[in-house]
Design a protein around this ligand. Structure first.
Ligand code: ADP
Ligand code: MG
Length: 256
């Protein structure tokens, strides 16, 4: 099977400071990989390099595109990368407002993504938007409301609907449950787990919350100071961590 994503020696520096370095791994279709580590360990930097939001200083990111098969997204043209962002990729931000258009209705937020991949029929778009609002447990009667009228948890669920409506091949998530109340987090996590299973999603999920990866991720990558220090199956890494840093992380000695 061709990997969906082949990451080879990716590095990003901010001046003299390491963002991430020497990161290599493969992600196969249908796999969910968790990226964990304390704050400042390079998780977001890596995710943004892989999702085409930041240019890495070194390395290759080979993504198996729907249209043309495996392509290095680092060296591809900016318009081609932007197209991937609208078609094959989805990106769920920690703060919903970064991933939503706050001045556009809930239905419009979902419909816009469909139109970006060629949907034109108003009735079909409206119907898909209603369907997706239901799937993320938002009352369809609120389809014409703006995200500003929604709670934080609802905004995050709308962002997820907007991202998944087009059936992306790869979903990037940066702290998808971060910044929400604990009870809201639990519900969102449950919802995400259902969607991951139902849709067989391939995803990279950055989080400092081990409960999130325990529930969602097949495999884990542990980062420290921009380096990957341990990788493995989620249960294996969490139940029998090999690296000293992972042991600290798992035993909650580190405040992450
Ligand atoms: P994480 O997401 O794990 O908290 P980041 O990827 O945000 O970590 O940060 C990794 C390192 O890169 C940290 O030392 C951070 O201070 C640094 N860094 C991140 N973004 C920038 C930036 N825009 N400019 C300079 N340094 C940055
Ligand atoms: Mg981060």
């Amino acid at each position: 099977m061709t990997p969906l994503l082949q990451v080879r020696d990716v590095a990003k520096f901010y001046g003299g400071r390491i963002g991430c370095t020497g990161v290599s791994f493969d992600l196969y279709p249908g796999e969910v990989m968790g990226i964990v580590g304390e704050s400042g360990s390079g998780k977001s930097t890596l995710l943004n390099c892989l999702a085409g939001h930041l240019p890495p200083d070194d390395g290759q990111v080979i993504f198996d595109t729907r249209a043309d098969g495996p392509v290095d997204t680092v060296t591809m043209s900016e318009p081609a990368r932007r197209m991937l962002g609208r078609t094959d990729w989805a990106f769920v931000h920690q703060h919903a407002r970064e991933g939503l258009r706050m001045g556009v209705s809930a239905g419009g937020n979902i419909g816009e993504r469909l139109m970006a991949v060629g949907a034109r029929h108003y009735g079909d778009i409206r119907h898909s938007a209603e369907d997706w609002l239901g799937r993320v447990e938002i009352d369809t009667g609120r389809i014409d409301d703006r995200p500003t009228q929604f709670s934080g948890g609802m905004q995050q669920r709308l962002q997820i609907a907007r991202n998944l409506v087009t059936g992306p091949r790869l979903v990037f998530m940066d702290e998808p449950t971060g910044g929400l109340d604990v009870s809201v987090q639990a519900r969102l996590l449950d919802l995400l787990r259902g969607l991951v299973r139902e849709m067989g999603l391939s995803a990279l999920i950055v989080t400092h919350d081990l409960a999130v990866v325990r529930l969602l991720a097949d495999r884990l990558m542990v980062m420290k100071d921009g380096h990957v220090v341990e990788t493995g199956l989620t249960d294996q890494v969490l139940d029998d961590p090999q690296h000293g840093y992972t042991q600290l992380l798992v035993s909650s000695v580190l405040q992450v």
